[in-house]
Write a protein that binds this ligand. Structure first.
Ligand SMILES: Nc1ncnc2c1ncn2[C@@H]1O[C@H](COP(=O)(O)OP(=O)(O)OP(=O)(O)O)[C@@H](O)[C@H]1O
Ligand SMILES: Cc1ncsc1CCO
Ligand SMILES: [Mg+2]
Length: 265
């Protein structure tokens, strides 16, 4: 088996650590992502200004950078935060939301990728386009299947020396050597905005608590998959699903994660 720490143990360790996570995320995601982290058992802080982001990243357990709603001041804050995290030996996670949407955004994605993220978490269209491939997507919503991005994810993981997580109906995680697929979740998940952005912050929480970023990433994705399964059972649509999902993250016991299908790829 590819994992040293199974998702159930990973959740227990993350909750035991209750890591402070420095999340630089977009205006759309800030509220739901903070609530997702609190419900799961981590401690979120959403801040981005360059005057403090470097100092804060150094004291947090991990940094996550999502550039969904971008402006120049934020870019400066992202680079200072990465400086602070790396100087303190803390992991950082990159979420390149719709990096293909404009030339300016694409250039910033290239600059941030060159800063050696520990983990890259993105949807299939974002991963495909990072590898130079064609994508049907224009904005933050994916327009491609995860399977179409798996080969690119493997190449990127090797080139970047990072864990790459591609999310969608079946998630794919690789570090270039190890690779798994994770089934589960619900078709309601892409109908709730910023679920992926929230997941990126949760990956940061797991990366703060576990030594192995591959096991950390799989643990976070497995928790989302299982919580998505359970929350969908009682939901009548996207809005009630979002509420049920946060309640489920809070209530879910580690042994419930044994039901998640994590298979070698
Ligand atoms: N069709 C689906 N069935 C089951 N789970 C899904 C489906 N689509 C997405 N998910 C799950 O939703 C979560 C978010 O992944 P997604 O790929 O939608 O992120 P994203 O496109 O970056 O989202 P956003 O940018 O809106 O935050 C992941 O846990 C993923 O497994
Ligand atoms: C809808 C949206 N627009 C910019 S960021 C974001 C959140 C989902 O990525
Ligand atoms: Mg996204």
């Amino acid at each position: 088996m590819t994992l040293t720490t199974q998702p159930a143990d990973a959740l227990a360790q993350m909750r035991e650590t209750a890591p402070l996570v420095h999340c630089i995320t977009n205006y759309v995601a800030m509220n739901i992502a903070a609530n997702v982290l609190l419900a799961a058992g981590a401690s979120p802080a959403m801040l981005h200004t360059p005057e403090e982001s470097g100092d804060f990243a150094a004291i947090a357990g991990a940094l996550t950078v999502n550039f969904g709603t971008l402006s120049p001041n934020w870019v400066d804050g992202m680079h200072k935060a990465i400086d602070g995290a790396q100087a303190a030996g803390k992991p950082w996670v990159f979420d390149p939301v719709a990096h293909y949407a404009s030339p300016w955004r694409a250039g910033i994605a290239r600059d941030l990728l060159a800063r050696q993220p520990t983990i890259l978490r993105a949807n299939a269209s974002e991963v495909l386009a990072l590898g130079g491939g064609e994508t049907a997507a224009k904005g933050p919503d994916a327009g491609d299947e995860v399977a179409a991005a798996e080969a690119t994810a493997r190449t990127l993981a090797t080139e970047l020396g990072a864990v790459v997580a591609v999310t969608g109906a079946t998630d794919f995680v690789t570090d270039g050597t190890r690779a798994v697929r994770i089934d589960g979740g619900s078709p309601l998940m892409p109908l709730v905005t910023a679920m992926g952005c929230s997941l990126t912050c949760l990956v940061g929480a797991y990366a703060a608590a576990l030594d192995d970023p591959f096991d950390a990433t799989v643990g976070a994705l497995a928790l989302f998959a299982r919580a998505g399964d359970i929350a969908a059972q009682g939901a009548s649509g996207p809005a009630s699903f979002q509420t049920a999902f946060i309640d489920t993250l809070h209530a879910l016991r580690p042994d419930a994660l044994a039901a998640v299908a994590v298979t070698d790829a």
